[in-house]
Design a protein around this ligand. Sequence first.
Ligand SMILES: Nc1nc2c(ncn2[C@@H]2O[C@H](COP(=O)(O)OP(=O)(O)OP(=O)(O)O)[C@@H](O)[C@H]2O)c(=O)[nH]1
Ligand SMILES: [Zn+2]
Length: 314
Amino acid sequence: MRPRTRPAARAETRLDGIIAAAFGRHYEVDTPAGRLQCYPRGKKSSFACGDVVEILPGGDGQGVIAALKPRRNLLWRSDAFREKLIAANLSHIVIVVATEPGFSDLLVSRCIAAAESQEITPLIVLNKADLADRLTAARAQLAPFRALGYEVLEVSALDGAARLRARLSGLHAILVGQSGMGKSTLTNALIPEARAATREISAALDSGKHTTTFARLYPLPPATDAALPGWLIDSPGLQVFGLAHLSHDELAEAFLELRPHLGHCRFRDCRHEAEPGCALLAAVASGAIHPRRWEHFRTIRSEIDQARRLNPGW
Ligand SMILES: Nc1nc2c(ncn2[C@@H]2O[C@H](COP(=O)(O)OP(=O)(O)OP(=O)(O)O)[C@@H](O)[C@H]2O)c(=O)[nH]1
Ligand SMILES: [Zn+2]
């Protein structure tokens, strides 16, 4: 007699997808079956652009997010009271500065520290390289970063940013930069649909008043047939990542040039302020640590202290 078997439960069709945009509890997810409007299964949801998820498609272009694949890293911003996911699974943080107007090198250090703390590679883009008379000064300001081995790519958004486009091929990157650096011009050159998408979102939210601060992921075409496709996250309004979630030790580790000196101070609980036998202060004095970068480290560290004072729960 043939054994009676129950008909196999119909396997749930699951699709792998990538979070392309997050609006509260509503997510846009790019899947092999196209872009789906998705909602998380449970009450709590915290997915970020770049997260890889499993979707149960529900028809009508909708779906349910059933599972999150392990993240390679997660970038978030934090201040004393809030934290917000920004992006996941990044290979690179692209920090846009320009020859004109002046830029904050502290902001560059901050972005690099955020990147290093999550094992993401920083890439500094010096835009408006066409403004030749300002180039020398900008290069000098970036010299301490170059000396540490950080890549600096000089581009001009006006010529279509061809060099940056080629460099980004196959990467999973997010663009950050302070206002006026030409980030919007660059984004629009790299991803023509970005401009339209931003407008659409504002219209959908009926917002003249909301400034669009939604991160959105855009696929980037591969540079060659053999290259892997990459993606770029544009995050309008994102100028900086608060680092309130880092401990002092984590911050120090996020400054590459401090690493070889950590743990070599005379006192184990050295605060590297004025203690005798401080290995970091000795490295600053000998020039092994650039004074500018040391200043940045100290500034960010005191901000972390301040956030902790405001909210001891950190
Ligand atoms: N000469 C030159 N000007 C540029 C370049 N890229 C951008 N600009 C100009 O710089 C100004 C600022 O550019 P935006 O793209 O609006 O700058 P942004 O960083 O997005 O600034 P926000 O919109 O304020 O965030 C504009 O007038 C651009 O035309 C460049 O490569 N060369
Ligand atoms: Zn010390």
